[in-house]
Design a binder for this molecule. Structure first.
Ligand code: WT7
Length: 665
């Protein structure tokens, strides 16, 4: 009997895939790829920084820029100097003018299954109405407008309306708590809030306005609020004196024409708060020209987005991934972007695949944590659907293990779609390290080489480049258009957080300034970079960045808790999970009630995403002789790793005691 490949038993196929450690992009993909000429790496290197004109060329400028890069005042780099443009005009008007008025811009599906499609024409109309309404409410150029909205079309509409009138938005993830909203509004002095009554999660109508109202009580200044009625009769809500109904505002301004404000390339487009090592979230400032050009360029080069595509990034717009790759990048390129309100397992675990099939999705981009969940649920769910419309897959947010990569490749991509594993950060604005899907060999588990024009280098503690095969710290040695410009109103922290480690901060030579993303990384002989994870006190839970200090201060804020240490421990699906070690005050009992209060305290301060997987009560924390908490040890305990030598501790006995308590109750 001869055996053709098709007859190959599934087990053998699986075994073959398991051993394979590199994959070539399929010829059919290469032939149609936006970028397929490997000469692009050299072309960018030779012509740096002017190579970035290629990104700027994807946009329409009201006034041309002069210099591509002004690096005279590092690390305050400026891009596309003196250029003028408007982000909403680039995402809407120019497509409408170029004949795409009736092309779908946003295809949205609510969790209960209702759908809404906005053509580019529809989207422009509603954005103009809402922009006019914002103007009437008093929003002026450079006023920060906070958007506390879930995955409903009014979120991108509000973003683009803000962009149209030159008001930077600050989107706060809807899953964040009332306290988190208040902190961000206070920090940005934001006097405007757009929120909604609620939204659906696993069949339930969640009350969001209650959280927004509670947050507003913690804001130290007057706020004008707009409320979107997402739930209708499902949840009645009451508009207070300073709140306006979104639909009424849009109706009142129906047909309004709002000229897009010409913004300077370096004017702020938005602010996005992210977690850092201290308890205070960092307000990352992104600009209009560099950010938009970079989001558009990476969508074009890496995600291979074409105007006729249906493209779906299954992230939340409340994070940078959604800003760059649900809203700005895809819309700047004039494609159709899909938005889904709910969770992947409602009503069943095939919800996303059903969406891919019904929308004929060409490109799908998600996080490794989601892929690991799909893998756990089993291949029967994707198998129920025809996924052959897919051409390219992507992942972002955390390292992807080769097993999950291969599962994605086989069961979602049908072994015919390249996968891009894209490393980047809130601060970088867009992708930095990834293969180009029409050019590079893929190696599961390794993000790939730096993108053309990106000078990412792995160095040792001293800042010296390491040799292939070794691990070190990731750095970026040259600026790039999508980079953050500063931390909002805190240039000093901007320098100390990102530049102090490897730069000569007294120098005004741009070459002496090195950006440090705080990730560890490994380099291989082909120049591929494998990201090893954060080297600061930040945990990456399901691709979301959480600061351990923020969680610790929430725990210590619980009555009866004296001290706390929070670390990340390995988690099968989430990548990392939050492990909290708590020491109680004398006389307090480690009861379930206490544990629940601690968890509730964390949810109130940050949100359910920061919920500790385990709260471990301990009489002491392991400390070095100099009194520093041994976090590494706590991480190893949480992950169930072999523990190294603990004899150098001030209190070695505490270790056995803690080990006994983990998972022990
Ligand atoms: C941190 C940034 C980028 C948008 C979502 C997260 C980790 C990101 C990868 C990847 C390994 C990754 C890094 C980074 N990370 N992408 N492909 N492989 N790690 O944005 O919240 O700003 O977090 O996410 O540790 O520093 P963020």
């Amino acid at each position: 009997m001869t055996m053709t490949e098709d007859d190959e038993p599934a087990v053998e196929l699986e075994a073959r895939l398991e051993e394979q450690d590199s994959f070539e992009p399929p010829e059919s993909f290469v032939e149609q790829a936006n970028v397929a000429d490997e000469g692009i790496y050299e072309a960018f290197a030779e012509n740096w920084p002017d190579c970035w004109e290629r990104a700027a060329d994807l946009l329409e400028w009201d006034a041309p820029y002069g210099e591509v890069l002004d690096d005279s005042n590092p690390p305050f780099f400026e891009w596309f100097v003196d250029g003028k443009l408007n982000a909403s005009a680039n995402c809407l008007d120019r497509h409408v003018e170029n004949g795409a008025k009736n092309r779908a811009a946003i295809k949205w599906e609510g969790e209960p299954g209702e759908t809404r499609t906005y053509t580019y024409g529809d989207l422009l109309t509603e954005v103009e109405s809402f922009a006019a309404a914002l103007g009437e409410l008093g929003v002026e150029e450079d006023d920060v407008v906070t958007l506390y909205l879930p995955m409903i079309p009014e979120l991108p509409i509000a973003m683009l309306a803000c962009a149209r009138i030159g008001a930077p938005h600050s989107v706060v993830f809807a899953g964040f708590s009332a306290d988190a909203l208040a902190t961000r509004m206070n920090s940005a002095d934001s006097e405007y809030l757009v929120t909604c009554d609620g939204y659906y999660r696993r069949g339930e109508a969640l009350n969001h306005k209650e959280k927004a109202d509670k947050g507003l009580r913690g804001v130290d200044h007057e706020v004008e609020t707009v409320v979107v009625d997402r739930l209708g009769d499902e949840l009645n809500h009451f508009l207070g004196a300073s709140a306006h109904d979104y639909d009424e505002l849009v109706d009142e301004h129906a047909g309004a024409s709002v000229e897009p404000v010409s913004r300077d390339a370096e004017d702020m487009l938005f602010l996005m708060y992210t977690s850092g090592t201290t308890g205070q979230p960092k307000g990352v400032k992104h600009t209009t020209g560099g950010y938009l050009a970079y989001a558009a360029w990476t969508s074009h080069a890496v995600l291979d987005v074409k105007p006729e595509d249906t493209y779906w990034c299954a992230a939340d717009i409340g994070w940078i991934t959604g800003h760059s790759y649900i809203v700005y990048g895809p819309l700047a390129l004039g494609t159709t972007t899909v938005m889904y309100e709910g969770t992947p397992d409602y009503p069943e675990r095939d919800r996303l695949w059903e969406l891919v099939e019904t929308n004929d999705v060409d490109i799908f981009y998600t996080a490794p944590t989601a892929i690991r969940a799909f893998m756990k649920w089993g291949e029967e769910y994707p198998q129920r659907h025809d996924l052959s419309s897919l051409r390219l897959l992507g992942t972002v947010g955390e390292p992807i293990n080769p097993r999950a990569w291969k599962w994605y490749y086989k069961h979602i991509g049908g072994e015919e779609c390249p996968i891009v594993d894209t490393w980047w950060q809130t601060e970088t604005g867009g992708m930095m390290i990834t293969t180009l899907p029409g050019i590079n060999t893929m190696k599961p588990g390794s993000a790939g080489p730096p993108l053309p024009g990106i000078d990412a280098t792995v160095v040792d503690v001293e800042g010296e480049e390491i040799v292939a095969g070794e691990a070190g710290y990731l750095t970026v040695q040259r600026p790039w258009p999508g980079m953050l410009r500063t931390l909002y109103r805190n240039d000093e922290r901007f320098i100390s957080e990102y530049w102090a480690e490897y730069s000569d901060t007294n120098s005004d030579d741009p070459d002496d300034w090195v950006y440090f993303p705080e990730d560890g990384a490994k380099l291989d002989g082909d120049g591929y970079i494998t990201i090893l994870g954060r080297v600061d006190d930040v945990i990456n839970v399901s691709g979301h960045r959480l600061g351990t200090m923020e969680i610790e201060s929430a725990i210590v804020g619980t009555e009866g808790v004296a001290e706390a240490a929070v670390v990340g421990g390995d988690h099968e699906v989430k990548g990392e999970a939050v492990y909290a070690y708590a020491i109680l005050e004398d006389g307090q009992e480690p009861t379930d009630g206490m544990r629940e209060r601690i968890v509730a305290g964390v949810e109130d301060a940050i949100g359910p995403i920061a919920r500790p997987e385990e709260v471990i009560f301990t009489p002491e924390l392991p400390k070095t002789r100099s009194g520093k908490i041994m976090r590494r040890l706590l991480e190893d305990i949480a992950s169930g790793n072999e523990l190294g030598d603990t004899s150098t501790l001030r209190n070695p006995d505490v270790v056995d005691d803690i080990v006994d308590r983990v998972g022990g109750d």
